[in-house]
Write a new protein. Structure first.
Length: 512
């Protein structure tokens, strides 16, 4: 079934329900949203010869027209290729070429820079915020969404590509349906009175999460800033009400800092789904203390979109269970539509309590990588997706991540998980943010290096942090070197870029 059917149904069931809101301004009801998407689909077919299965790139900032474009493309049976708006136009151009997209939809920033750089396969550049786009949306509409099977591709998602070129993950209509159904079962309910709030990039998880809100005819709010601004989020919570949003853990840290400084309580924010990177125990405990029971965690990856495990709202708030801290430091339990297991390198499944690579099987798992059979065969084996993440399951099915295999530090032949060291440093009152990497060490192979952002007005030196570490973890795990920095490099999803930290460490030598 074509995902655009969900929009058609909501338009039929609730034509006057507010659908698209830009800042504080209503741009379209569900009836109007569906009409625009059907019109754009008609234009794609009639004016640009777009055929089912063709790819359409979107290199745009967050805007409500992103959703019109997405559903218009699906309506026409096309595949969307949302490109991270922070990429260099040359990198975006590479993705457009690799996906053989026939059309690129942009906003002025970052998209205008693509002009003159488009590959031959891509003949047109259309600004989503231009009168041209509005005219195309008013074209003779397609009468109904083009028929699509569960196995047909809907979204070609390019991975962040920290090693080599990014790979295109082929997400099908069926994968995204599965993600949406599991959301209702394992993450949260959605009602017509709710509002999906886009504070994180729509090219990624926040954008994927629109579909549950379309199905339930809820509102979609793109804030005036187009991104993450704590003051704006709290204001919308009060004014718009019933917000649902996806946020990276680093964004929650900033929300909590803002709430502490301003006295905000999070009124009107119903659910903050967090994931995409490690949430530290100290941070989530503080977040619940300050903002209350508004949080649900998910663990997923492009290859099984937003859909591997979930840690429920109840589990995030529970402080009575004897192992509540372990649970809170975990990523929760398998979502309903997947099996999650831990495997040894040879593929043998490991029992509870043993660490290995996390593998996943089920309906949301991607169809494979675009034009890359080799990488597909390496990643999906006997139907199991090998995530590249290391982890351990407990007897109750809670999964704890142990960093990506490539981030594990091997010092003197022993594995050190950066996350464990980070968790300890973060409970030191002077530490605001921290990220730990391995750096080459002649004696030990690798040693632990901590990049630390101190809390404002606080002081701590390497000796004080070293003492703190030895009070909590084995001596060999404590950082051998510290870098005190003003901020950590992050991508626009708020993920700390350890590759950048490694480069900094390499360029500045071991003891700057
Ligand atoms: P991406 O495919 O860009 O969404 O990145 C997915 C990766 O982010 C996963 O393979 C994990 O390494 C990491 N990740 C996702 N969710 C979580 C989470 N809840 N906690 C820790 N790491 C996460």
């Amino acid at each position: 079934m074509n995902l655009a059917e969900w929009l058609v149904r909501s338009a039929r069931n609730a034509p006057d329900a507010p659908a698209l809101i830009s800042g504080n301004e209503q741009i379209a009801t569900y009836g109007e949203f569906a009409a625009k998407a059907a019109g754009f689909a008609g234009a794609l077919r009639d004016c640009f010869n777009v055929a089912p299965g063709d790819r359409i790139a979107i290199f745009a900032a967050n805007t409500v027209q992103y959703l019109v474009a997405m559903y218009g493309a699906w309506f026409a049976g096309a595949v969307i290729v949302p490109v991270n708006a922070k990429l260099h136009p040359r990198e975006a151009g590479w993705i457009i070429e690799d996906s053989q997209a026939v059309l690129a939809l942009i906003t002025d920033k970052p998209g205008a820079a693509l002009a003159g750089m488009l590959p031959e396969s891509c003949g047109h550049l259309i600004d989503l915020q231009s009168p041209e786009f509005e005219t195309l949306c008013a074209h003779t509409p397609l009468p109904a969404p083009v028929s699509r099977l569960q196995s047909d591709m809907a979204w070609l998602f390019y991975t962040s590509g920290t090693t080599g070129r990014p790979k295109g993950v082929m997400m099908t209509h069926g994968n995204i349906h599965a993600m949406a159904f599991a959301y209702f079962v394992d993450v949260d309910q959605v009602y017509e009175t709710d509002a999906a709030f886009y504070a994180a990039p729509m090219s990624h998880g926040a954008g994927l999460y629109n579909v549950m809100h379309v199905l339930k005819a809820a509102r979609h709010v793109v804030p005036a800033s187009g991104g993450f601004d704590p003051a704006e989020i709290f204001e919308h919570g009060r004014a718009t009400g019933s917000l649902h949003m996806f946020a990276a853990p680093t964004m929650i840290r900033r929300l909590v800092d803002h709430a502490r400084a301003s006295g905000e309580t999070g009124e009107g924010i119903r659910t903050i789904v967090y994931g995409g990177g490690p949430m530290y125990l100290a941070d989530i405990i503080e977040a619940v203390d300050v903002l209350g029971p508004r949080f649900v965690q998910i663990y997923g990856q492009g290859e099984s979109p937003m859909c591997i495990t979930a840690l429920s709202r109840e589990a995030v708030c529970d402080r009575d269970h004897p192992r509540w801290k372990e649970r809170l430091a975990s990523v929760g339990r398998a979502q309903s539509c997947v099996e999650v297991a831990i495997a040894a390198e040879d593929g043998a499944l490991l029992p509870a309590g043993q660490s290995g690579e996390i593998i996943v099987r089920g309906a949301p798992v991607m169809a494979g990588y675009w034009n890359n059979e080799k990488a597909t065969a390496e990643t999906i084996r006997d139907g199991w997706l090998w995530t590249g993440d290391m982890g351990v399951l407990d007897e109750d099915g809670y999964l704890t991540l142990k960093d990506r295999s490539k981030d594990v530090i091997i010092s003197g032949g022993t594995n050190i998980y950066p996350r464990e060291v980070e968790e300890v440093l973060l409970v030191h009152p002077a530490v605001h943010e921290v990220s730990v990497i391995g750096v080459p060490d002649v004696e030990w192979g690798e040693s632990v290096c901590a990049f630390v952002v101190l809390a404002s007005g606080e002081k701590a030196d390497a000796a004080a942090l070293g003492r703190h570490c030895t009070e909590h973890i084995a001596r060999f795990k404590r950082p051998k070197s510290y870098r005190f920095v003003d901020s950590l490099p992050k991508n626009n999803y708020g993920k700390v870029l350890k590759t950048e930290l490694r480069k900094i460490a390499e360029q500045t030598g071991e003891n700057p």
